[in-house]
Design a protein around this ligand. Structure first.
Ligand SMILES: Cc1cc2nc3c(=O)[nH]c(=O)nc-3n(C[C@H](O)[C@H](O)[C@H](O)COP(=O)(O)OP(=O)(O)OC[C@H]3O[C@@H](n4cnc5c(N)ncnc54)[C@H](O)[C@@H]3O)c2cc1C
Length: 449
């Protein structure tokens, strides 16, 4: 966390019901739902929108959520329809279509430029009455039992300010403000990866309705994504084991280009591509906070947990946690008691629901580069509704009543059989994962570094 700022005599103090730290999808969503309930909400964002953010691919379950939020038409206007996810391996291309999931009425979602999407969300919450301040960084939070919390901030000119709030929401993304503050951030014990990425022009798209589908490819050090955007650009990146990224001995742009040559299918599709802006790389992947709430505070979105983005789950997980979190906070504020002791069942139920969804994603995500999983994704079978259930997972339909548990358990059993069947390759892949786990890479590079 940043160095705490000592408030000066000139620092003004302002009161609110809920203070939300961070104006990404999680922060804007929770603010919007709470403002709509009539609470006095302040949202503080250290950057200024529109600003770059990676993570452009949404999931079908985002669509009803965006509708409930009241921004679906605006997102449709900036987004490219996405009907499925395409997997590529050894010269073969196979597309999984969302229309074939267990619930058939959510056939598509959207690819969005995040600078535009996040801007739509933060402006929307402003129109609902949230007091939004951009260019304001939260530097310290002081929780005082039985009293309002005191939040200290600094604007871009270095001016300090102080806020008093009944409730604090940490939506700071991978800055993980409160998880750091309380020392509850845990490195994921099962997974570790990093990424290098950029936006390109000149990358061929798929024809017709497939134009907006995400493409996934594997390579020896991880996997690649290609996400087509409405304006013709393509977001392209590689999620790779940290030891590979650590081996970099050249500028990030060059390293990304070299990485894209490691799979012939990717190299062919990128042959006329041009990088539109400097490439970026990031390392501090895969963590989870031990707890997501306390007396007068809640952590939502990436500030609570981050998992590998292979299933494009991050934005939905952040917004879903935020929507459910808003209902929990609304209920506590109405009761006039924001303590854990006074709301144990409510908070436990919230946490259980979110962790269950995260667990379904994680099991698949941690194994996505294994030889058995690659084969199963390239040769889908619908016996016991397995294919439909995997599509429900790919649509993020993992939080409610869709009956995914049985078919996904069968899928898991077949996965284990396949793992033993291809035991030599599986062992090599397991060793690579161990090596990845042992490599720490906790910083973010910019082009030219
Ligand atoms: C390589 C990569 C690829 C990804 N691809 C996808 C994808 O295709 N699809 C998908 O759904 N997800 C993807 N994700 C994940 C997705 O980007 C995140 O899950 C999502 O942005 C989480 O939203 P959030 O609101 O929790 O956090 P963020 O979007 O990170 O928002 C946090 C906000 O808090 C602000 N902030 C931080 N600290 C402070 C502070 N102290 N004071 C004030 N403001 C602060 C930040 O400036 C930021 O605007 C990807 C992630 C990575 C790294």
């Amino acid at each position: 966390m940043s160095v705490p700022v000592t408030p000066t005599a000139s620092a003004t103090s302002q009161a609110c019901d809920v203070l939300v730290v961070g104006g990404g999808p999680a922060g804007s969503t929770i603010s919007a739902f709470l403002s709509r309930q009539g609470w006095n909400v302040v949202l503080l964002e250290k950057d200024r929108h529109p600003r770059f953010h990676i993570g452009e691919s949404l999931l079908p379950m985002n669509v009803p959520l965006l509708d409930r939020l009241g921004v679906l038409d605006q997102v449709k206007a900036i987004g490219l329809p996405k009907y499925g996810a395409e997997f590529n391996d050894n010269g073969v291309t196979l597309t999984w279509y969302f229309k074939d999931a267990l619930v058939k009425n959510r056939p598509n979602t959207y690819e969005v430029r995040r600078s535009e999407f996040d801007h739509v969300l933060i402006e929307h919450t402003r129109t609902l009455g949230t007091e939004v301040h951009e260019g304001v960084r939260v530097t310290d939070v002081e929780f005082r039992p039985g009293q309002t919390a005191r939040v200290k901030t600094q604007d871009e000119s270095g001016n300090p300010r102080q806020w008093e709030t009944r409730y604090v929401v940490d939506a700071t993304g991978r800055d993980t403000l409160l998880a750091n503050r309380f020392g509850v951030k845990q490195r994921n014990p099962e997974h570790n990866s990093s990424a290098v990425f950029g936006h390109f022009s000149g990358v061929p798209r798929r024809p017709g309705l497939d134009e907006g589908n995400i493409s996934i490819y594997w390579f020896e050090h991880g996997w690649y994504w290609m996400i087509p955007l409405k304006d013709g650009a393509m977001s392209v990146g590689a999620v790779c084991w940290p030891y590979y990224l650590k081996s970099r001995s050249k500028p990030v742009d060059e390293f990304l280009w070299d990485t894209l040559q490691l799979n012939p299918m990717v190299a062919e599709r990128m042959k006329d591509a041009k990088l539109l802006a400097p490439a970026l790389a990031t390392g501090n992947f895969s963590y989870q906070a031990r707890t997501m709430y306390g007396d007068g505070w809640l952590i939502v979105g990436d500030a609570f947990a981050f998992i590998d983005p292979v299933f494009s789950s991050g934005v939905y997980l952040a917004m879903n946690g935020a929507e459910r979190g808003a209902a929990v906070i609304d209920s506590m504020l109405k009761k006039g008691d924001v303590s854990v002791a006074g709301n144990r069942a409510l908070l436990r139920n919230y946490e259980r629901t979110l962790r269950r969804g995260l667990k379904w994603f994680s099991w698949f995500i941690y194994r996505i580069t294994t030889p058995a999983m690659r084969r199963m994704f390239m040769h889908p079978r619908n016996a016991f509704h397995m294919e439909e259930a995997v599509l429900s997972l790919l649509s993020a339909d993992v939080f409610d009543k869709t009956p995914i548990a049985r078919p996904l358990t069968v899928f898991k059993m077949i996965y284990w059989v396949a793992t033993f069947w291809y035991w030599r390759e599986s062992l090599a892949s397991w060793r690579q994962r161990q090596r990845a786990w042992n490599t720490r890479l906790d910083y973010v590079w910019k082009s030219g570094d």
